[in-house]
Structure formats: C-alpha cells, structure tokens
Design a protein around this ligand. Sequence first.
Ligand code: GLA
Length: 384
Amino acid sequence: MDITPSQFFDQHFTGEPSHLAFAPGRIEFIGNHTDYNGGLVIGAAVNEGITIAVRLRDDKLIKIVSDLGNLTERPLGNYKPVLGDDSWTNYPIGVTKVMNEAGMHCQKGYDMAITSTLPSGVGMSSSAALELAAAHALAALYAFETDTAGFARIGRKAENEFVGMPCGILDQGVCAFGRANHLIRLDCATEDFSTIPMPEGTHFWIFDSKKKHALIDSAYAERFNECQNAILQLRADYPKASTLSEISYEQLEASKDRIDPTLYLRAAHVVGENARVRAVESALATEDLQAVGDALNASHMSSRNNFDNSTEELDTLVDLLKLQSHVYGARLTGGGFGGAVMAMTDSTFSQRHADIIAADFKAKYGYKPTIFRTQSGDGARLIS
Ligand code: GLA
C-alpha cells in the first residue's frame, strides 16, 4: 500500500487518528507445538507487521476497516464472533471484549483502520499481530494499563475464547516481547520470556509453499486433542506429570508399548522439540551455527514423521534448501499443514540461490513459492 496508516484512516473516517499502534509478525524458530504442551519455544518478531490507527467516536458504534477488507460496523457491546468475509474483525472485537472483561471501560465506540505490511497466510501469525496492535491501540484510547505479558495474554485469550483457536502463547508472546537482533525464548509452563542475541551474519528466509490443507484449523485442534490424550495415557505411568513437557524421552520410551501408537508419535515430537530447543540454546551460546541448523532440520523431520503436520511441498522446500551450502538449516514454521518453511542462512545466501530453489520447486509443482528475506524486529508497541 502506498499511503500511510494515518492517510488510510483519513480516507475512511476523515481527520487524524488519536493513536497509532504497531505489532510485528513472528517466525517460529524452533519448538513446534510445544507451547500448548507447557514446553519451550524460540521465535523471533520480524520487521513486517500490522499498524492500527484509532480514534474515539461520539456514539456507541465500533467501525473497523482494513486494507484487506470492507468497512464493518457494529454496536459497542455486541461481541459475537461473525463468520464469512468479515471474520477478520473477530480479532480486534475479541480483544475489545477481553479487555472489557479485564476492566477496560468504554463509554463511546471507536473508529479503527488496519494496514498491514505482513504477507498473510505464510505462517507468520498476522492474527497475533492484529490482536496485539489492537490491544495497544485500545489500551491507549481507553487509558487501560497492563504490561508486556498482559498484552500477550489478552491476545491469546481473544484467540482461544473468541476466535476459538486453542493456540498456546507462542504467537502473542513473541509478538509482544520481540526485540531487534534477538531471538525470544519462551518457557510456556511459567510464561517466562527471555532474549537470546541473534548470531551475527545469520539471516532468515521464508519460502511460502502457497498451499494449505483445507481444514487447517481442525487439523490443529486434532493435534491439540491428541497431545491431551497422550498425556492422559502417560499419566497411568507418571501420575505427577500434567503436560507432555514433564515427560522425559526415557520415560516416553519406557511407556511406548502402553500407549496408542499415534499418540506415542505425537508425544515423541513434543518431547523431542523441547530437547531440540535446549540443544539450540547451547549451540547459540557457543556460536555453533551448524549445530543450530542440524536441530532445525531434525525438527522438520520430526514434523514429517512424528507429528504429521508437514506437506509434500514443505518437505520439498526443506530438501532443496538442505542441498545449499549457505543454508544452516530449514524447517516448517508455525502450525504446519501447509504454509511456509523458514531457513537460517549465512550472509552469502542471496536471491540468486533462492531463485534456484524456486526454479527447482516449479519444475516439480508447476508454480514458484513466494520468497522473502526478513530480519528480527521489535515487539508490539504504541507508536503515537
Ligand atoms: C500456531 C499456533 C501457535 C503454535 C504453533 C505451533 O502458530 O498459533 O500457538 O502452537 O502453531 O508451534
């Protein structure tokens, strides 16, 4: 889009917004489907994201427009999720509802204009960016106070309870706590966040397969349920464990014959991912970038073989990337079942290398993946 977020606001609502907030997209670096299993995950906020411009209205209406959708209108207090073309409004409306329940008082409605620099549908969580940008904008508008973790929880609660997606805290947490030139580590059991400096000279490339399973949300919910069932079965042997992240690899192996074979594979993915997050932390501390890359590759293999959340196109992208000597490692990023692959590369990996991969992919599937390079950026914030 060529106009600024304030100009876009002016086009629809005439005049200046009183507040502007920005929230970034995120990369899931490693720790796949660990978040709702009380585990460890490392991600990074990116520079691209969503900007929200808001202003109070004189009446009790909420009007929301986005550069991807129509102008929508509903009365303040009408907080029912909608289906169809306007379902993107469930994110800011869900956030409004959650913030109201947490004590945000709204006497008047608001005008909200949403603009995005984040490619949607590539697994970089435009939904968390929308939630967090809305939360920061509304907090400023209605003088509501919370801290960074509070903003992350508001976004997650809106997603879980209003949008109806049983996600963990990864997307909203990384979006909230992002820091330029850093990775963000989350312990989802304690909701502790910390930062890890990005090794110098490393880059992120995203290769979007442009394909997704038709029933992506129900596939995610199915994995969520399988993980819940896996821990239920394992509890027969380990009654004190409340999540899969409290089960060690040795314990899982010892109980292998007593749990359902599919649930064993799901558990093996989560237990393995937690171990790989720890391995990546140690490797980053000693700047052993090849060991980091090996863990990324192993994570993808586990998605493919254990968690069954990869696709043929994603596997092909990872296989092609692994052939390049400038690539440390590659894996699907985010929930899976389609979407994008993330590669960590050295600084000599260039568009020319990316184009070779795109051409090889096209030879197999008849179309090119969307490719872009991104950098770690700062977390969600009020701009003005
Ligand atoms: C999606 C969810 C996250 C997380 C990842 C998988 O992105 O929104 O909460 O579960 O999938 O790691």
